[in-house]
Design a binder for this molecule. Structure first.
Ligand code: CP
Length: 306
């Protein structure tokens, strides 16, 4: 039987294909408990320390739900003003406190590399809940799990990743994993928000092929999945540039009616998916958000040791 031996969850590139498959299989075992059908005490007495320097709804709350559904508990803060960081305490010192008080640390920060930095300082497992425009590995596991649930496979799935591919950390993580599993990827963005060269180089090194275009119409009829992302206002240094680009792609019911695709989105959405898609068969983004609970239960169970 496969033994999952990753100590930290920092980048999806740290996962071998077998590690990802293992977490996806484990996640399905937690579906019922995630829906409150049954209970678990697998992490009874364990505490997850949550250090969030950026706002969150799904990542924070689904991790908290996952921990509590496994019989564990959580401590933590969101925003520097809820901790002594506001008095000038360093992130390094703060993480040493979390190491003393908890059995694993979940960190979100606006700077790329902070989760890795903390994982080198502490002896408890560290999970990257998003580091700036870097990585969001647990979101990627949720996305893969959702695809597997919807299609029964990932290989040869035709998927377009559309929107802010420059700053969107979910796409940075997901493209690598999709490539490992043999999905057919299309990157669709305005010129200003193209996927960074270093991500493309990583794909090329792994001999993973991809297709880039500005126009969704080029590929929409061939798609199994339209993976929509938000234009990330908070990462723009020039607000006028954001205002100019923000409406680049708007997905509505009319655009996708009659197509054989599903719509995914890591959320939050602003206006890139019209609300008229919500009550259609195309909408899988709310199910995708729910899937955060079983997937994060599987991650927590396998990194927090008894
Ligand atoms: N998908 C995601 O990371 O959502 P939150 O920013 O609400 O955590």
């Amino acid at each position: 039987m496969k033994i999952f031996d990753l100590k930290n969850v920092i980048s999806i590139k740290d996962f071998k294909k077998e590690d990802i498959k293992f977490i996806l299989d484990e996640s399905s075992k937690f579906e019922k408990i995630a829906k409150s059908q049954g209970t678990s005490n697998e992490l009874s007495g364990k505490i997850l320390g949550i250090m969030f320097f950026e706002a969150s709804t799904r990542t924070r709350l689904s991790f908290e739900t996952a921990m509590k559904r496994l019989g564990g508990d959580c401590i933590g803060f969101t925003g520097s003003d809820e901790s002594s960081v506001i008095k000038g305490e360093t992130i390094a010192d703060t993480s040493k406190m979390f190491e003393s008080y908890s059995d694993a640390i979940l960190i979100r920060h606006s700077l790329e590399g902070v989760a890795k930095f903390i994982s080198d300082l502490v002896n408890v497992p560290v999970v990257n809940a998003g580091d700036g425009a870097g990585q969001h590995p647990t979101q990627t596991l949720i996305d893969l799990y959702t695809i597997k649930k919807e299609f029964g496979k990932i290989k040869n799935i035709n998927i377009a990743l559309i929107g802010d591919l420059k700053y969107g950390r979910t796409v940075h993580s997901l493209s690598y994993a999709l490539g490992i599993f043999g999905a057919k990827m299309h990157f669709i963005s305005p010129n200003e928000l193209k996927i960074p060269d270093e991500i493309l180089h990583d794909l090329e090194k792994k001999k993973i092929s991809y297709h880039e275009t500005h126009d969704l119409k080029d590929v929409i009829d061939d798609l199994d999945i339209l993976y929509v992302t938000r234009i990330q206002k908070e990462r723009f240094s020039d607000v006028e540039e954001y205002e100019r680009i923000k409406g680049a792609y708007l997905i509505d019911k009319n655009l996708i009616e009659g197509k054989s695709l599903i719509v995914m989105h890591p959320l939050p959405r602003i206006d890139e998916i019209n609300h008229d898609v919500d009550n259609t068969k195309y909408n899988k983004y709310f199910k995708q958000a729910f899937n955060g609970v079983p997937v994060r239960m599987a991650i927590l169970k396998n990194i927090i040791k008894h």
